[in-house]
Write a protein that binds this ligand. Sequence first.
Ligand code: SF4
Length: 402
Amino acid sequence: MNYYEAIGLPKKLGIYVHIPFCLSKCAYCDFNSSVPGSKDYMSAYVSALITHMESYRWAVGDGYQPDTVFIGGGTPTVLPSDDLFRLVKAIRRIFSLPRDAEFTVEANPATVTYSTLTRLRRMGVNRLSIGMQSAHENELKALGRIHNRHDFSRSFRMARDARFDNINVDVMFGIPEQTMDSLLHTLTYLTRYSPDHISLYDLKIEQGTKFFENYREIAPLLPGEDLEADMYLAAIQFLKDRGYVQYEISNFCHPGKGCLHNLKYWNCDEYLGFGVSAHSYFNGQRFSFTPDVEKYIQGVTVKDSPVRITDECDEIGERERIGEYIMLRLRLCDGIDDREFARRFGYSFEALYGDKCRRYVKMGLMTMQGGTTALTPAGMFVSNTILSDILEFEDLGRWKLS
Ligand code: SF4
């Protein structure tokens, strides 16, 4: 039983909606996104999303109160504006969203207009996430982005004019041709606009991307791991000096402007995802939907369709729940609180993982203080390595607290 149930309140729920369309494919992108077909195709997809969400309306009457929404992608702002408005309206109606719910829409600087932004704001969208990535044209070009720096500044100003007072901007490091100076220049340029939230991602070359295919050509242009580690630490210090609080490996904000929706993922709270490839954690199960747009539309909208849209569905066992919790919570600067861990799982975190964590404390990659274990900034840069090491644990039985 979580806190809300214990005091008789409805359980909070996040709603994620995936829009799998972009104007072109970026060289590093392994998200489920494709260049859109016709407007009718996108409209049909939005109709399928609404039908699909309608089928989960019962959750609201069954002890859940959705309080965060995130429309991501892909690029939600490539949808015909009427379809985007129709979608926002439907989400509010289906999930009886409170007026103060956090409602984020991702936007590409090249695809937003002032009239769309003002209309979205009036409809209750109160948070915007803009993908800037870099302030340098050569780096944007290397990434295959369709926007330039001017598009970013235009879209950011329009968003402020449209009364968005909670704006996130995505920035990348580890880009081909990027140097320490150029990253710090990007951050200097960006912080002049004083966005409320900044997400700073390390470029990873993933299978299935153009970068992966052309790895030999781009490898000599990449900054390399040592410089990337220095870039990450320098960026953390730079943002701290300008009043940004780091609350997660890749996320920084002005005080009070953390992303409530994303915090649900890192706190292992429940959320429902709609659309292709969307993942959910709901009612003790993790499940995801097909990555295929046509299959999704058919499976959702055709009555008695034999097409199954659920790709994976897992009951989560104790061991997996503990592993997921550690993996996600250690992303947060708050880390893992021993008492909260014992309350959730009935085990002492210290007894299970203390020895391994202390090794990383000695290396300056973790801290263990006052019953809380967390990664240091240097530890965050190598978090994958640390996690795969500490998560190898033996039989849990003997560690159970009575
Ligand atoms: S805009 Fe985002 S989702 Fe679309 S191709 Fe580029 S990185 Fe991928």
